[in-house]
Design a protein around this ligand. Sequence first.
Ligand code: FAD
Length: 346
Amino acid sequence: MRFLRHLIFHTHIILGGNQLPKKNDLNDFLAVELDKMATESNPKLTLSDGIGSIELLEVFGSDLTVVNAARVSFAKESYEMSLADEKLINYLAKHHHITPFFHPQIRLRIKMPIFVAREWFRHQIGLARNEVSRRYVDFDPEHWLPVDGIRARDPKLKQGSKAENIENNDEVFKMIEDYTNSAIGFYKNLLSLQVAPELARTVLPQSMYTEFIETGSLSAYARICGLRLDPTAQKEIRDYAGMLSSLLEKAFPVSWKALMASTTAPAPVPVPAPAPAAVPLLATTNSIVVPGTETERTITATEGSLTISVPGNVSGAQAGGPVLQVNPVTLKTTKDEQPLYTQWGC
Ligand SMILES: Cc1cc2nc3c(=O)[nH]c(=O)nc-3n(C[C@H](O)[C@H](O)[C@H](O)COP(=O)(O)OP(=O)(O)OC[C@H]3O[C@@H](n4cnc5c(N)ncnc54)[C@H](O)[C@@H]3O)c2cc1C
């Protein structure tokens, strides 16, 4: 298509500026191609409710764009994808050399419920958006409903839901539908009372659809899909990430596969082992007794050093008796070298 636009543009110039091109063979060909372009629709995927959708408006670049962005480092260029180019893309993605993936740009028209858009809009870097404004428009809002089922709350999860629906799904669906319709009715009522659309909209629930144009880099969309295809993400945003992923897989077959393979959920932060519980020790001037034992350990302490002698049967302690492990958090000695126990772990 881009080639055609260039061709039309240059033909127009060659044929003399504003003058209409003559109906020669080339123009017949162009006329047919233009007709095709006018009827060709953009790739678009739609939710099961028939409203929510992602439409691929424009794609700038291809897998080759990624390759050549990387190859410029060595002053090289590829004109056709080769096996070496595929390997290069896989290498870049695997090792998170993400800048070559910034160059391809994708423009989308997205229709999504406001509660999903709230999450989607948290992704910002590498993305630009313009959204319909209900300050200015007041046509009947379209709304989302849980047509795929009303998932039950999972008591084990802080956020999220069970895979199963609630028992009385249909009854509750009707309640949600009635409530949504009444909110929309109230909104329209406010408009009829000459309330400004920017105020009337405040009574609408988060399930209203919003629409926006979004342009982002391939890399930014890989980040979104990496995070939002994860099972921990809410199903409704996962559905959008899934649609987007299918569209981009077709447009950037090699890069998308490589990016998705390299996108893993962030590694869990290692939880530090809990510090041993501080057990209060009974301290006398120069000895401590481990609680639960009668054994007295004699200690000698000077600033920076601690010696503990365990009288009696040491092998008994090794055989399972109380073993003294002292973790002095703060060890200070008084002037006369008596230990001052501030915090100990045993
Ligand atoms: C499953 C899930 C649950 C979530 N739950 C919550 C929640 O309960 N509450 C909540 O508030 N959010 C929540 N979020 C949103 C989350 O915290 C992020 O805001 C969101 O995922 C966008 O991430 P992003 O990396 O695409 O952000 P972007 O803002 O687009 O940033 C892209 C990248 O740029 C870098 N970057 C951006 N800003 C900075 C900065 N200031 N300093 C350094 N580097 C930066 C980071 O590398 C970042 O990954 C959740 C997200 C997910 C996926």
